[in-house]
Design a protein around this ligand. Structure first.
Ligand SMILES: Cc1cc2nc3c(=O)[nH]c(=O)nc-3n(C[C@H](O)[C@H](O)[C@H](O)COP(=O)(O)OP(=O)(O)OC[C@H]3O[C@@H](n4cnc5c(N)ncnc54)[C@H](O)[C@@H]3O)c2cc1C
Length: 264
């Protein structure tokens, strides 16, 4: 059950300019959350910004009673968040949404993240590896100076491929290029992806073409985060009348690719 918690910030560090990792102590949240779920974070004590901001749980550690957030400063809310210091408290509502469905031991998973979309995949890679699943990861960035969490992923994966749009590190070009190659070469039981919408649309197409099940984590604009305001709905693929839309905050953010209809 989601609840409002005052978490204690025990670590808050910049990863690269504009990107931060924050570890907060939240016993109950760390015990209840699963990878793919998110929290609504109160970035300011006043009314500006009024709304809480959704952030994925990048790390979930019930043993230490902590969760980790990895975020990019985009606007006012995340800029205020960046100003918080170790020792301060942070109000979070969660865990929210539907997380990733894990695979059984012995299966092979391919994870693909683009930009800050890699955030929820770190907790997922960790959980899959602990469940005995073989984990390959493709992390896509614009350029070498924007690479984050690569060593964190190495620690919880069998193989990590880095791509950069400008070719300054790893494989040059879009992350979907190695995805297409890997899907042809290897026998994956499933793909998990999070990132910009054009990337997710391409992943849906590529995985459905080869018949590999795929779960997508969507990042819609969101207000309440608990299914009431309907601000985050996305179209449902093949939905019947009355079921044409689904709420990213409740039915998602993780959805089966076959259930998601992207706008052309
Ligand atoms: C389920 C979910 C999980 C998320 N997890 C993470 C995460 O782990 N790390 C992270 O850095 N971000 C994550 N986001 C995005 C994050 O919520 C936004 O970046 C944040 O709300 C921006 O708030 P702000 O007040 O700083 O900026 P705002 O002033 O609200 O917006 C600044 C700029 O960012 C754009 N923007 C805001 N929200 C989104 C969005 N959802 N998608 C695309 N563009 C947006 C706006 O159009 C605007 O141009 C997640 C979003 C969702 C829905």
């Amino acid at each position: 059950m989601p609840s409002v918690t005052e978490g204690n910030i025990i670590e808050h560090v910049p990863l690269i300019p504009g990107f931060y990792r924050m570890v907060i102590r939240c016993q109950e949240l760390s015990r209840e959350a699963v990878p793919g779920q998110f929290v609504q974070v109160q970035c300011a004590t006043g009314t500006d910004p009024l709304l809480r901001k959704p952030l994925s749980l990048s790390g979930i550690n019930p043993e230490t009673g902590t969760v980790t957030l990895v975020y990019q400063v985009r606007g006012k809310g995340t800029a205020l968040l960046a100003g918080l210091e170790t020792g301060q408290s942070l109000s979070v509502v969660g865990p929210l949404g539907t997380g990733f469905r894990l695979m059984e031991a012995g299966k092979r998973a391919l994870l693909l993240g683009g930009g800050i979309g890699i955030a929820p995949l770190w907790a997922l890679a960790d959980a899959l590896q602990k469940a005995g699943v073989s984990v390959d990861v493709i992390l896509g960035f614009n350029t070498a100076s924007e690479v984050i969490l690569d060593s964190d992923f190495q620690a919880v994966s069998d193989r990590v491929l880095i791509t950069s749009m400008d070719g300054t590190c790893g494989i040059g070009g879009h992350a979907c290029v190695p995805l297409e190659r890997e899907l042809k070469l290897s026998d994956y039981d499933g793909v998990y992806a999070c990132g910009p919408e054009p990337m997710l649309r391409a992943v849906k197409g590529l995985t459905e073409e080869v018949g590999v099940p795929c779960q997508l984590s969507l990042e819609a604009y969101m207000a309440c985060g608990i299914g009431v305001c309907l601000g985050c709905v996305c179209r449902k693929d093949g939905g019947r009348p009355g079921e044409l839309y689904q709420r990213v905050c409740v039915e998602g953010p993780v959805l089966d690719s076959r259930e998601v209809a992207f706008d052309e």
